[in-house]
Design a protein around this ligand. Sequence first.
Ligand SMILES: *Cc1c(COP(=O)(O)O)cnc(C)c1O
Length: 450
Amino acid sequence: MYQTTHGPHLPQERRLVTEIPGPKSQELIKRRSEAVSAALGMSMPVIVERAGGGVIIDIDGNSIIDMGAGIAVVNVGNSADRVVANVKAQVEAFTHTCFMVVPYLGYIEVCEALNELTPGKFKKKSALFNSGAEALENAVKIARRFTKRQAIVVFEHGYHGRTNLTMAMTAKNMPYKDGFGPFAPEIYRMPMAYPYRWPGGAEACEREALDEVLHKIEKEIGGENLAGIVIEPIQGEGGFVVPPKGFLPGLSDYCKKVGALFIADEVQTGFARTGQMFACEDEGIEPDLITTAKGIAGGLPLAAVTGRADVMDSIHGGGLGGTYGGSPIACAAALGAIETIKEEKLVERSAKIGQMMRSALESMQAKYSIIGDVRGRGSMQAIELVKAGTKEPNTEALGKIVKYCQSRGVLILTAGTYSNVIRLLPPLVMPEHLLKEALTILDEAVASAV
Ligand SMILES: *Cc1c(COP(=O)(O)O)cnc(C)c1O
């Protein structure tokens, strides 16, 4: 059945042949700590050898169910066929000219695809970069240059990257910002519509959050000074916080009213993750600018800013760019990933996987009092862990659950301002039997942590 052993053709099974981590991984993790800065985190202490479909194979031969997709990057799976084929052909043709020195077709085609796929029924243009943070930096540059204003609004629990400007935009101090200041000025943080933790309760959040944010912008910044509002339509690192319906359209309408730009950071939510191609589609929002990265290129580093053509063209020639931005290899990968999403109907698949995860998580919530909230959309679903009968974050349970899953060969990721959220982000090509198995093990893990 499996003719080759590259990516998508690996046996789709959970198989443990050693303890986790096995002896070979243990040895290399030691080498890692000798050679690599201690500043780099590690979710799971194994060394990968191959990965594809819904599994990661470590160097000891353990086959681990991948519920993280490299943080929502390999939505199309690791080493997806079309990505591999395109990258191989591109590497053999040429590896780099710098798009600003000698342009190439792949970059143009990725921009065309983004202009077509992103929400917004107006003429759009794009520019390509290397990472999500770099896309956010550029979106802010564009918004300030276009509006000739400086103030940028961001939100509590938001995450936008680790560069100096994006650290200022990111909410959480530890580990992202602590000791790394001073941070960039003219970044204003507003309360987030976080239904589970809204002081007046989830019901009131719908009415109150937008009023409060707009009031604060008016009084503390002044609409006439606002260059743009930057928000993740569903917060990623912040713990999959889904704002109530009406919040995002309200912000977008306000931006129109005061002549500011509404900027959707779809770095984590984009490319079929939420059961739609982009999360903004859910409420028919048409952002002025959209930032994308993670899921765009099947694992190769690529990012983009896409938006209104008049805005994108308002920047002086040479004002945007970078040596590697939109590398031909990453562009070839992106075209393969986008084709895979279309051909394999991964938007629909994302919705289906999402339903399976959602119903499993809700039945866990009914059984286990430490699950305070279940939330997300499509195949980004999370549980927030609390001490039974309270909303107090339960980080001990989180640690136990992660360890339990790892020891059984299931990789899960954490998130949240209070470090008490488990987020599920499987590759969208995850076979159903593997997903079910992972959810069963997660259920046992939660039971063991109650
Ligand atoms: C990951 C992420 C970023 C930063 O992307 P990098 O590629 O790590 O720089 C920005 N915004 C969101 C919403 C993200 O999830």
